[in-house]
Design a protein around this ligand. Structure first.
Ligand code: ZN
Length: 394
């Protein structure tokens, strides 16, 4: 642990905000150095988006072609200015270490190192048998789809599993692995009306804002909790100055669901809102027009048998070690969404902590920034190791 924490301190000290290309690349090089003593060779794969740093792939050839993929990411959501403004840096305090990425996901990267180090020391035959392929997305926080291709191109027939080191869930004492994640679509609704002088030609106008105000509740009503389908109307904008009838208004948002079917139905229902609206000009019945665009689509990672089999190994390993392990479906996306249908995938193998994506701290304790719990590393590493040995020997 002392060596692991020293490594984590080094990683947290390198700002790797997604848009900080140099920082992400520096962290990639440092990460490659950390794993080199374990026998890993580095490959840096440029991102499709030239503004982002390189994805990192580390490989250690084993005695057999049977391989296991471990997945993490390099980037965080914190710009350097925000870290400085909120004095958000490496800060051990009791059993917690605060700092950018301590939990999401540099702590997960350290977990990978702990597990591999422990396997090499305690189960050298198993460690040497497997070809280990480690993947770091340079830009997971912006859902860079090209990382999925980087992984899939390096998976093969012998790849037993892809294990993602995002944070674990907890339900009381039970540790929860992630066995499914929602898919997400983002959208923009643009209402085009007709501008008019608000004083002299009010009747000529078709008010785009009024139309959007009628369309928004229809979007919100597409949420269906019974199907785990949510719509979020996230931003609205429209109008210019007070003496004009607004000619345009725009809303943007997203939807999420666990199954491809629910995602497809959500998209169809949203697109069906397009067309002429009911807000019209009094003068000539000119109608506002509602246009719907799907901006991005990320596939869901639905419950599936291959993932459930992996989750079973972790549950058995937990029983062996004496603590309860379960599975959960999570609303947030991860790189698991990009690879689950290529090889059996399980997520949530990282350490325990909380407040991901938060950098603020208030004196009254209402705002607490991201932290990782130090004592969560060793038991979780033991769990991951025991489950991996079951996979390798099974
Ligand atoms: Zn993450």
């Amino acid at each position: 642990m002392p060596a692991a924490l020293e490594m984590l301190r080094g990683m947290v000290g390198i700002n790797s905000f997604t848009a900080n290309r140099d920082g992400v690349n520096a962290l990639g090089r440092f990460t490659a150095e950390c794993f080199a003593p374990l026998g890993f060779a580095a490959e840096f794969v440029p991102s499709v988006n030239p503004n982002y740093g390189d994805h990192l792939v580390l490989t250690r050839r084993g005695r057999t072609a049977r391989s296991i993929a471990l997945v993490s990411h390099l980037d965080t959501v914190f710009p350097p200015e925000e870290e400085a403004r909120n004095n958000f840096h490496w800060l051990p305090e009791g059993n917690r270490i605060y700092g950018p990425g301590t939990h999401d996901i540099k702590g997960g990267t350290i977990m990978m190192w702990l597990v591999l180090s422990a396997l090499r020391a305690e189960a050298p035959a198993a460690f040497e048998e497997i070809t280990w392929k480690l993947f770091w997305n340079s830009s997971e926080e912006t859902l860079s789809l090209d990382f999925g291709d980087v992984c899939r191109a390096r998976f093969d027939q012998g790849t037993l599993a892809a294990l993602v080191f995002e944070s674990e869930g907890r339900l009381g004492e039970e540790r929860l692995m992630v066995a499914a994640r929602k898919g997400r679509g983002t959208w923009r609704v643009t209402v085009t009306g007709r501008g008019a002088h608000a004083g002299s030609k009010h009747r000529h106008g078709a008010n785009a804002l009024v139309q959007l105000a009628q369309t928004i509740p229809r979007i919100a009503a597409l949420t269906d909790y019974s199907r785990d389908l949510t719509f979020n109307v996230a931003t609205v904008a429209g109008g210019t100055v007070l003496n004009r009838v607004p000619h345009e208004a725009v809303a943007e948002g997203e939807f999420r669901a666990f199954t491809p079917e629910a995602c497809a139905a959500a998209k169809t229902a949203l697109l069906a809102l397009a067309g002429p609206g009911e807000v019209r000009s009094i003068a000539d019945r000119f109608a506002c027009n509602v246009a719907v665009e799907i901006l991005t689509e990320s596939r869901p990672w639905p419950r599936n048998a291959a993932t459930d089999r992996l989750a079973g190994l972790w549950r058995e390993a937990g029983a062996e070690l004496g603590f309860p392990v379960g599975g959960e479906a999570r609303g947030g996306l991860s790189d698991g969404n990009l690879i689950w249908d290529a090889v059996p995938t399980l997520d949530g193998l990282g350490p325990w902590g909380d407040n991901d994506h938060c950098s603020e701290r208030s004196a009254d304790g209402v705002k607490v920034p991201e932290y990782v719990e130090v004592t969560s590393f060793v038991p979780k590493a033991a769990l991951n190791m025991a489950a991996l040995l079951r996979m390798i020997h099974g």
